[in-house]
Design a protein around this ligand. Structure first.
Ligand code: NAP
Length: 299
């Protein structure tokens, strides 16, 4: 955006708190690069105000917005259409305004897959080991399934939550035959004491979806130095964390000869997919990535 005028269209992100969001940096860099008459704004919206905010956004013809914590589930009953993928993940992170109401989807799945799809690999032979079973892990499971990973193994610390996580995917399978909905085929859950065995798998894709190692606890890693010794060279190791970049976990993986991917890729690419949905234009991904990395380095 070079100048805000009477015709400037609005995009944004809703969350609470939202001041820390990096989405305005990423999207406004893309808007400026393409010279669009748009602006992307962070809106703090308290949980009790979500429906009012959405109605107000429709009234002022806002194009669409990103949705973050704590609204990713709460917004779902307020939408007139939700993509099958977002239903399976159980969270919406992108909405847009239509003549028939608000539509929503989940672009975290595509954002997660994006850097993996650029790697040439036989995904059928790949075992995805996912550390953590929270919200982000659901998008990662859907992504691994879309990639075609032969096995998906979840590692969690709370047996009851692990069992619930597994059951939730089985419930989706029972509820629908819709082929667009990702349903893991070989799907197992484990507690952390099995990690030393799981990590030695050939054709491994190891993903951290826990916050372990995130700033300011940068010396922590979800996998210890000792257990990391079992990692095979050529494994792909992906950390969803983007501060710091690389994390201790990725540094250890690189020492073992792994291909390392950091969380900035998922963050940029989920934003790029949302940008394309809202504006029906190719997102300048390289520009968005540079804006994000520049901002992270300046912090
Ligand atoms: P979440 O819903 O709170 O889930 C966190 C998971 O990590 C839970 O399964 C939790 O276990 C587990 N966990 C937390 N601390 C742990 C510990 N000390 N030891 C073992 N397990 C632990 O959070 P989320 O929304 O999934 O986000 C997780 C991470 O992903 C965050 O760092 C977030 O910044 C990152 N993320 C990045 C992107 C991106 O675009 N790059 C997108 C989304 C999320 P319990 O369930 O047993 O508590």
């Amino acid at each position: 955006m070079s100048q805000i005028t009477g015709t400037t269209k609005i995009l944004g992100v809703i969350g609470n708190p939202i001041a820390h969001s990096l989405s305005p940096v990423i999207h406004n860099a893309a808007i400026a690069h393409l010279g669009l008459d748009c602006v992307y704004v962070a809106f703090p919206v308290a949980p009790a105000d979500l429906a009012t905010a959405l109605a107000g956004f429709a009234a002022i013809d806002l194009i669409g917005c990103s949705v973050t914590i704590p609204h990713k589930q709460a917004i779902m009953p307020l939408l007139t259409e939700i993509s099958p993928l977002a239903k399976a993940v159980g969270a919406v992170n992108t909405v847009w305004n239509t003549d028939t109401g608000w539509h929503g989807t989940n672009t975290d799945v595509a954002g997660f897959i994006s850097p993996l799809a650029a790697i040439s690999r036989n995904w059928t032979n790949t075992t995805a080991v996912i550390l953590g079973n929270g919200g982000a892990a659901r998008a990662v499971v859907a992504g691994c399934h879309q990639l075609g990973c032969g096995k998906i193994q979840i590692v969690g610390r709370t047996a009851a939550k692990l069992a619930e996580f597994k059951q939730s995917w089985q419930d989706i399978q029972l509820a629908t035959n819709n082929s667009q909905i990702p349903i893991p085929v070989e799907f197992q859950v484990y507690e952390w004491d099995k990690l030393s065995m799981l990590i030695t798998t050939e054709d491994l894709l190891l993903i951290n979806t826990t916050p372990i190692g995130m700033h300011p606890h940068t010396e922590n890693s979800p996998v210890s130095v000792e257990i990391m010794q079992g990692l095979r060279s050529g494994s792909i190791v992906y950390d969803l964390i983007y501060t710091p970049s690389p994390t201790k976990f990725l540094e250890l993986a690189i020492e073992r000869g792994a291909i390392a991917i950091d969380g900035t890729e998922m963050l940029v690419n989920q934003g790029a997919v949302a940008f394309e949905l809202w504006l029906t234009k190719s997102a300048p991904v390289a520009r968005m990535r540079k804006a994000l990395r520049d901002r992270l380095q300046s912090e």
